[in-house]
Design a protein around this ligand. Structure first.
Ligand SMILES: [Zn+2]
Ligand SMILES: [Zn+2]
Length: 268
């Protein structure tokens, strides 16, 4: 039986004879149903129209579907002395991408910032050797293809190693998560926030939204909470959700300035 994939958000669903009636991710007020109506695809059909871009994004191996599919995110391989983590996920899995990851030491663990990027996470886990997937407990209800390989973590943070820590950054989603990498590519620390903090088009600021496509701002109380969550976290680079959308250098100052700018804008 196929695992249908929503054409609009890229989420892969549990095996079924017929496509699901609706996509719960897209009918949520943070997303939207495609303007042509709800459409579904599968891995095979996706592979006939799309490939994966595999290459360097600011010093990390990035993987993204091309032409763009779903939300347009890219996954990143984060290499550390205690193992490699695959951050975020995409809808298409290819042998070439799996080989590229294996050539760099493989993937020991996967983690994803929030439900918009769950994509084909189980297909990726299987292709990489049944790698565990870490998701925040607060987003458990959004999983559309459950598995014992998904491990839900709770609380404010989850330390994975000396280098890597998951930080609970609720706002856009209740379980939104950022990855903090103590070293980063340049030795000065990196923050990978998904879109809990969205790297802006100028790549000198971040911003905050409850819904990006439907333009619903994040409440000031939630933004102040994010500021507190990140207050003691050191980083110089911020990797945004899509290819090249990164702040390389002075990322901590950019985030601090952006908290002030956003709060001034929405509180008058
Ligand atoms: Zn969808
Ligand atoms: Zn999102």
């Amino acid at each position: 039986m196929p695992c249908f994939i929503c054409e609009t958000c890229g989420t892969q669903y549990v095996e079924s004879e017929d496509p699901p009636v609706a996509c719960g991710i897209c009918t949520d007020e943070r997303q939207y149903v495609g303007w042509q109506g709800q459409r579904w695809t599968t891995q095979d059909r996706l592979a006939a129209r799309h490939t994966l871009r595999i290459g360097d994004d600011a010093g990390l191996l990035g993987i993204a579907v091309q032409p763009d599919f779903g939300i347009g995110q890219r996954a990143l391989l984060v290499p550390t002395a205690s193992g490699n983590l695959l951050w975020e996920c995409v809808s298409l899995v290819t042998d070439e991408a799996v080989a590229a990851l294996q050539a760099r030491g493989g993937v020991q663990i996967m983690a994803i910032s929030h439900p918009h990027f769950y994509a084909s996470m189980l297909a990726w886990s299987e292709a990489l050797g049944n790698v565990p997937i870490l998701l925040h407990e607060a987003d458990r209800a959004w999983v559309r293809r459950p598995s014992p390989r998904i491990e839900f973590w709770r609380g404010a943070s989850r330390r994975l190693s000396d280098s890597l820590t998951l930080l609970h950054c609720p706002g856009h989603f209740d379980g939104s998560t950022a990855l903090h990498w103590r070293e980063g590519v340049r030795g000065l620390g990196a923050l990978l926030p998904g879109d809990a903090l969205q790297v802006a088009g100028d790549r000198r600021h971040v911003s905050f939204m409850y819904s990006y496509p439907n333009a619903i701002p994040l409440a000031p109380s939630a933004v102040r909470r994010l500021r507190a969550v990140l207050a003691d976290t050191q980083f110089d680079d911020v990797y945004g959700f899509s290819w090249g959308r990164n702040i390389i250098g002075a990322g901590r100052a950019a985030v601090d300035k952006s908290f002030e700018r956003y709060l001034a804008a929405v509180t008058g």
